[in-house]
Design a protein around this ligand. Structure first.
Ligand SMILES: NC(=O)c1ccc[n+]([C@@H]2O[C@H](COP(=O)([O-])OP(=O)(O)OC[C@H]3O[C@@H](n4cnc5c(N)ncnc54)[C@H](OP(=O)(O)O)[C@@H]3O)[C@@H](O)[C@H]2O)c1
Length: 292
């Protein structure tokens, strides 16, 4: 049995869709199976429509993880980067170990490093080390900035043909979440991925202005990227309700991109799946209706 955590998230749902289409026995861990918020209802329905078993559990209440982990031999570990994330993921690793899980596939981040000035890269490194200290097999997926991150700017792109970030003209080898899910499914269902750390990038390093040009072509209208100072980006994120810890972490992330530390192109997707990674122009074409 495979357990997929973060099942309602960007990666989790893509992974579940692939497991369902391959008729692999899987269980989706969700916080709220009945869905009190509209987004949760839609996501829970999408999982139910796949015919996948759902189990309610919360990383913040480790005692709930054991029923989710009962009978599980492989688990996909992902949650979003909140102030609690390191404790949440460490609690999951401990519960998985106690439950007899044999292999954890962890969604980490490109350049994860215990000494990084970026808090997200430090917590991912800490969780990776904790997993390595167990007897469980592991596969670490270290993706670069998601192409699908642009969906956070959907309404700005739709209404103002613009998106913003504090990134200047730095290049980033952005990656398509669909490719990350393909790698996750390979690691969860095939032998040979144990002990592997896959750096997952797209095939090109692009500036945000270049991404705007690809979007303009796909959407057949002019989309403009506007570079903004980090303080303005932070203010906007906090204004949308993002907790300060998370906003500060994203500012550190974007400073790291701005230093051109995320421009390298890696072979992880091809190494794990045998397939070339999707290009940004593929993403722009496939998501054009979302931005229209
Ligand atoms: N964004 C990027 O460009 C990027 C790049 C590289 C790496 N990453 C890494 O990717 C990860 C995020 O992946 P994603 O975008 O797929 O996630 P996401 O869409 O933000 O989804 C997060 C998932 O975690 C679940 N979750 C949150 N708190 C929980 C809790 N207390 N108990 C149980 N479930 C909980 C959420 O459930 P609910 O629906 O109930 O909230 C949701 O399913 C992070 O670790 C980040 O560092 C991101």
């Amino acid at each position: 049995m495979i357990l997929v955590t973060g099942a309602t998230g960007n990666n989790g749902l893509e992974v579940l869709q692939r497991l369902a289409s391959q008729n692999v026995q899987a269980r989706a861990m969700v916080r709220d199976a009945s869905g009190t918020r509209e987004r949760d209802r839609n996501r829970a329905k999408a999982i139910a429509d796949l015919g996948i078993e759902m189990v309610e559990a919360d990383f913040d209440r480790p005692e709930t993880l054991f029923s989710a982990l009962a009978g599980v031999d492989r688990a996909f570990l992902v949650t979003n980067s909140t102030e609690q994330v390191e404790a949440q993921q460490l609690a999951f690793v401990e519960a998985a170990k106690q439950s007899g899980v044999k292999h954890i596939v962890k969604l980490s981040q490109f350049a994860a490093n215990a000494d990084s000035p970026v808090r997200f890269l430090r917590y991912h490194a800490a969780v990776e080390s904790a997993i390595q200290a167990t007897q469980m097999a592991y596969t670490f997926l270290r993706p670069n900035l998601f192409m699908q991150g642009l969906l956070n700017f959907r309404s700005l792109i739709v209404e103002q043909n613009t998106f913003y970030a504090a990134i200047g003209d730095a290049k980033v080898s952005v990656v398509d979440v669909r490719d990350i899910a393909d790698v996750a499914v390979a690691a969860l269902t095939e032998a040979g991925h144990e002990g592997k750390i896959y750096d997952l990038t797209g095939p090109q390093a692009l500036t945000h202005t270049e991404m705007a040009e690809y979007l303009s072509t796909a959407l057949k209208r002019q989309i403009t990227f506007v570079d903004i100072p980090p303080e303005q980006m932070r203010e906007a994120m906090v204004g949308f309700g993002m907790p300060a810890w998370q906003a500060d972490g994203l500012i550190e992330d974007y400073a790291h991109y701005r230093r051109n530390e995320a421009a390298a192109i890696a072979s992880g997707i091809e190494d794990a799946t045998g397939k070339a990674p999707r290009q940004f122009k593929d993403f722009a074409r496939d998501y054009a209706t979302v931005f229209s």
